[in-house]
Every structure is written in C-alpha cells, then in structure tokens.
Write a protein of this length. Sequence first.
Length: 177
Amino acid sequence: MRKLKNSELNRISIEEYKKSKKLPFVIVLDNIRSLNNIGSVFRTADSFRIDKIHLCGISATPPHREIHKTALGATDSVNWIYFKKTIDSIKQLKQQGYSIIAIEQVDKSISLEEYTPSSSDKLAFVFGNEIKGISENILDNIDICVEIPQFGTKHSLNVSVSVGIVLWHLYCHGHKY
C-alpha cells in the first residue's frame, strides 16, 4: 500500500467544477459564529459537489482569511449567497421548490438512519448556531427535522462535522452524480 500523490487524485479544475453536475442540495448556515466552521463547510460542500451554500445572519462571508484557512480554496468553487435573515433564505428556497430539512434535536425529529429522501428531491439542509442551534422562527418554517444519533455524554457535534455526516449519509443512500 502506498499513499497516492496529488497528481494521481484526478482532481478537477475550478472551471470543470463549475460546469459539473451538482447534487441538488443547499446548505443553509443559520448564524454560524466560527469562521473555521464556515470554511470547513465550504470544503465539505466542494467534496460532495453541493449546489450552493446560504450564509445567513452573523455567518461571515468570503473573502476572509479565517474562512480560507479551512476552506483551502473551496470558496472559489462552491457557489454561495448571503442573507441578512435566515428566514429570507428559507422563503426563497421554498419558492424554488426545495424541501427544508433542519438538522436539530427536537421532540419530533427523524433519526438520520431512517431518513432517505428520493434522489430527485431538491433539498435544503439548515444547520444552526454552535451554541443556540437553529433559530425558533426557522424551526416553525421547516418541512422535517432530522437528528444525528449520538450516544455519549455531550449529544453535541461540531456543525462542520454534522454537515459531513449528513452529506455522507445521503451519498451512501443513492444521491450521486
């Protein structure tokens, strides 16, 4: 076994990425305070070829040194838009035919392993603030809530880790290019 060289990884260029087929997913970041988390979400979105990211509220936007530190150039490939209010993002996505899925711990959530949408669905996944979670007014406007099962003492995952888990789950359940 040997580690692959960068030249063997078949990376596509930013131009090829922009023209390539994307998964019909939007990641909505509701008031994410950590610029490193935002950069990590960009990098994960690039990895799974997600359609776009909505940065909302206090979530910082590129260009920013701290975002770039973890994004490693993904802010150049992944489309994004900023909304002052997360609810405006949700309203726009609903008008465009997206189902709105909150990733949050609520009383009527569906466990992630039980969640498998149709591969043709346009989906928007809302991830909330690192401390407060998803804003209450946003939870009032979602279609379903999905919860990542957790078994330790914290019952709390880093938001960028949660994005990766959800996207990997969807990829494993048929959401491919």
